[in-house]
Design a protein around this ligand. Structure first.
Ligand code: NAP
Length: 291
């Protein structure tokens, strides 16, 4: 079997085209949605991610503000900046690019964002909403994965899904979103003794570890859907995921590439959350920052 590719670039292009219309509608009748992106320090990867996010906003017509702060900014100063953005009526979403320097408590900074503007979906409030099935922002990466599964018509109800990785940003919310759609979900992690025993039973495997070749062909059930969230750099400098793409492609029915898979979808769902936030705020005429 040779797996079909779930093309995150093409799907993103289609979704962003639809978004352009929604954004233009808001801009014509009220105001464009607004996203503030905060970058602290000089981490090269973070600079690339932030630039891509700002560029994606421009592409669909979202107003974006990029704030750069030196690595030695204090937590109090950073939270003070966020407090101003919380009150800014032109801003519907605030994203703090992680990781932050070690002297800053990243979760405390994320928690200082108004819950109505947590478009990255990383606050405890958003995690609670996801856990209880209430309305809230979904973390962008797992949200993007769900869109990809929906796009190719994967049946989740009754399926067996394995998520490898249990981070608060990817693994855990991924498992909850799959569970919401009535998949039977297993979460594997660094303490799981025989991961292959789980993945060989799975109809869907999502890998979010950050280590090359975490999932190889012998670990995959024929016809399974494989989603590779991982981003790693090979010796030659090229990007690769957590999945042995060549080997697993021979076994799976669908597979996401790296690059060009989950990565672009993560940014696309950030745009989606920002537009949803603006639509909610503008429809309610609600005060920015109000719960
Ligand atoms: P993370 O916070 O480091 O979490 C990694 C998870 O993998 C942890 O739960 C860890 O288990 C588990 N793990 C580590 N070694 C393992 C092993 N040998 N076997 C099984 N599980 C193992 O990373 P993350 O933020 O979730 O990101 C994961 C990967 O996705 C990274 O490569 C990251 O760059 C990438 N990523 C991509 C996107 C995108 O847009 N494409 C977005 C976010 C992240 P323990 O909890 O037991 O330590």
């Amino acid at each position: 079997m040779s797996a079909q590719i779930i093309d995150g670039v093409a799907l993103s292009r289609n979704l962003r085209q639809e978004m352009t219309g929604r954004v233009a509608g808001l801009a014509a009748t009220k105001r464009p949605p607004g996203l503030a992106v905060i970058l602290v320090g000089e981490d090269p990867a973070s600079q690339v991610y932030v630039r891509n996010k700002v560029r994606a906003c421009e592409e669909v017509g979202i107003h974006s503000v990029m704030e750069r702060h030196p690595a030695d900014i204090s937590q109090e100063q950073l939270c003070a900046r966020i407090a101003l953005l919380n009150e800014d009526r032109s801003i519907d979403g605030i994203l703090v690019q992680l990781p932050l320097p070690r002297h800053i408590d990243a979760q405390a900074v994320v928690e200082s964002i108004a819950p109505t503007k947590d478009v990255d979906g990383l606050q405890i409030h958003s995690a609670g909403a996801l856990m209880t099935g209430s309305a809230g922002f979904k973390p962008c990466t797992p949200y993007g994965v769900m869109k990809m599964l929906e796009h190719v018509g994967v049946t989740l109800k009754g399926s067996r899904a394995v998520v490898i990785g249990r981070s608060n940003t990817v693994g855990k919310p991924m498992a909850l979103l799959l569970l919401q759609q009535n998949a039977t979900v297993t979460i594997c992690h660094s303490g799981t003794p025989d991961i292959a025993a789980h993945t060989r039973q799975a109809d869907i495997v999502v890998v979010a570890v950050g280590r090359r070749d975490t999932l190889t062909a012998s670990m995959v059930k024929p016809g399974a859907v494989v989603i590779d969230v991982g981003i790693n750099r090979r010796e030659d400098g090229k990007l690769c995921g957590d999945v042995d793409f060549a080997g697993v492609s021979e076994i799976a029915s669908w597979i996401t590439p790296v690059p060009g898979g989950v990565g672009p979808m993560t940014i696309t769902m950030l745009l989606a959350n920002t537009i949803e936030s603006a639509e909610r705020t503008l429809a309610a005429g609600s005060k920015p920052g109000a719960l």
